[in-house]
Design a protein around this ligand. Sequence first.
Ligand code: SF4
Ligand code: SF4
Length: 340
Amino acid sequence: MACCRWKHPTMSLIQQIDALLPQTQCGKCGHPGCKPYAKGIAQGEAINKCPPGGEETVRALAQLLRVPVIELDPERGSAPAQVAYIREAECIGCTKCIQACPVDAILGAAKLMHSVIVDECTGCDLCVAPCPVDCIEMRPLPANVIPVVGGLAQQAGEFEARANKRQHARWRYEQRQTRLAREETTRQAARAARSQPTVAAHSRAEAEPQTHALRPSGHEAALKQAKITLAMARAQLHKSLKAFGHPPTAQQQAQLNQLGQQFELAEQALATLEKSPQPPAPKTHPQGSDLKRAKIQLALRRAELKKSINLDLPTQELAPLKEAVDRAEKLIASLTDASS
Ligand code: SF4
Ligand code: SF4
């Protein structure tokens, strides 16, 4: 067994195998990435399933594991040194390619045209199929970009540059996996929180009625501000995407990355605000205005009564006026009780 012959002081067998794989994370080996295939090889799987690695990788794996060199499996397709190119005029900004890219090499956001970061693209071509308008094509890797696929490095410096780039691609892939796991955890927690309002939330709501009463204006203001922030972030990103050349320089890429992150954050902030339940309308105090009206009515009824008394009207004519004053006084008393 290969695993019994292998010995290394610091790296596991899987890590050593993974270090020989090109890190395009393309899945052509039948695994969701290079590391899972490395695990498969460590458990005895064939070493000839990686087209991007090519014959060079098969030889290196055979040497590491001390097994015979075999032919590359032709069923797995081919994988030249290539890079994805998005025809930006046709891009509808659906983000499907971003979701497919295993190393986060595509920049853009919903409803904005997308762009490939050439230096980060491993040429895996996983972004091509999901594009609903077929605006992504694979092009030969430019001569000034280091290829990760096997068989092209000749000099020691080229091998070293390739190893560094592969390591970087692995790191980006792992960062992405970590991010996706974190986002999934957050989503699940949010779902759980939505479906099970906590006791704490109830008591908080009961304990802070005055805060709730103030919330609508605060919520609306926050929503408005979030929309403005999103519009500004979108405009900035759009402007930069248009202004920068293709491919963008390293500095432009860094700037685009930052703008992209700001846009995504603004989008998330707005989505969160829009999803949050609308706070109840502020409670008005009807008793307040009713009391005022009742006091005016009492003053009027008293004035009518006083006028009638001054005119020496008969008792039977004064009686209904007195009753009206009584009713107005009782109404004020009941409203005062209710508001205290
Ligand atoms: S580069 Fe090779 S090992 Fe990595 S996912 Fe693609 S086929 Fe599998
Ligand atoms: S941009 Fe496309 S081809 Fe390049 S790494 Fe991402 S998914 Fe693969």
